[in-house]
Write a protein that binds this ligand. Structure first.
Ligand code: FAD
Length: 313
């Protein structure tokens, strides 16, 4: 079986759920080999073994965390030369996509970004043109490099006992172009990260600026909070939580849109969600064309009632 390289997405050794999803996909395609950048690979080992990594290659060169992006692409090029993977899977976040693009140039390989599914082949599924088309594609040149969106697969455990193998890479001066001078975690909300969350409750202009009911309902479900651009532009919620064409693209199991009309630019960021629920007081709001369940009503009444019901259970 050919090797499938998975770049581990983690924070200080704590592996993100997206990596479990990538490993689950990797097992459909070959032998998953995890590449861990940082010096705490041993902390990540149980999580990587739980989802079937057969080996963990640890890259501990300090330049990899001191500089943005380019050294990581150089390092992955060297790992690829060593293990000759048929596929490289990377999380579809801003850094992951940039690493993937640079790596594709270095390996002269085809690249597919933002896959919402990857099956044997590998054949990928993507949503394109603001979500108006779904396409299936296959890379025909070199090592298939694919960035995969969060929630593209349900993590399936497959216990292995991988060993950590340290691998020393050489980082050129040319790659040391952008040094990280400060790194601060965002103030913790206690909620899941928007692009990784299984459930998202989003509020729009219909909230009238009061996100209290949206946040309370999200918390009752253990969900993340999102916002439409109208809510963000009004200064009601930070831009980091905007869903849509000029915000984040999300694909949760459940997306609840409260007081959001369903403009095409908002849909572009959420219409691949598995189940969509809308609460809107206008029964002709375009969002209702898209939903699995719709509630016509005032979100300030519907959301507290739903929160109470969920909290009771
Ligand atoms: P509105 O369209 O004003 O809708 C508010 C809805 O709330 C209405 O349907 C109304 O019936 C309902 N409502 C009002 N009161 C209540 C209540 N009490 N209870 C229940 N329902 C209520 N938008 C995005 O969201 N994300 C983007 O990334 C984005 N990018 C854009 C990029 C470009 C280039 C452009 C031109 C636009 C972009 N937009 C984006 C803006 C987009 O076109 C819409 O203007 C925006 O999505 C509207 O937000 P909204 O649905 O919250 O507000």
């Amino acid at each position: 079986m050919s090797n499938v390289l998975v770049l581990v997405d983690h924070t200080a050794g704590v592996v993100r759920k997206t990596t479990a999803e990538l490993l689950t996909i990797a097992r459909r395609l070959g032998e998953p080999v995890a590449v861990f950048i940082g010096d705490n690979a041993s902390e990540a080992l149980p999580a990587l073994g739980q989802y079937g990594a057969t080996k963990v290659i640890a890259l501990t060169n300090p330049e990899l965390s001191q500089y943005l992006v380019s050294p990581k692409a150089e390092a992955l090029q060297q790992v690829a030369a060593k293990i000759e993977p048929s596929v490289i899977l990377i999380s579809s976040n801003a850094e992951g996509k940039e690493i993937a693009a640079r790596l594709a140039v270095k390996l002269e390989s085809g690249l597919i970004t933002d896959a919402v599914d990857v099956q044997e082949g590998p054949v990928t599924t993507q949503s394109v043109f603001a979500g108006n088309y779904t396409v299936k594609s296959k890379i025909t040149k070199g090592t298939a490099i694919i960035t995969v969106k969060p929630n593209a697969a349900t993590p399936e455990a497959a216990e292995t006992s991988p060993e950590v193998e340290e691998f020393d890479v050489t980082i050129s001066d040319a790659a040391k172009t952008a040094r990280i001078t400060e790194s601060k975690p965002r103030a913790a909300t206690g909620r899941p990260e928007l692009t990784e969350a299984a459930i998202i409750v989003s509020g729009g202009r219909g909230t009238g600026g009061d996100f209290g009911p949206v946040e309370a309902f999200a918390d009752s479900l253990g969900a993340a909070v999102g916002a439409s651009r109208a809510a963000v532009d009004s200064g009601w919620y930070p831009h980091a939580y905007q869903v849509g064409q000029t915000g984040k693209t999300v694909s949760p199991q459940l997306y609840v849109a409260a007081g959001i009309s369903g403009a095409i630019q908002h849909r572009a960021g959420m219409q691949t969600s598995k189940t969509i629920v809308a609460i809107n007081k206008d029964n002709e709001a375009p969002i209702f064309e898209l939903v699995d369940f719709g509630v016509v009503g005032d979100l300030h009444k519907v959301l507290p009632a739903a929160t109470e019901e969920v909290t009771k259970r």
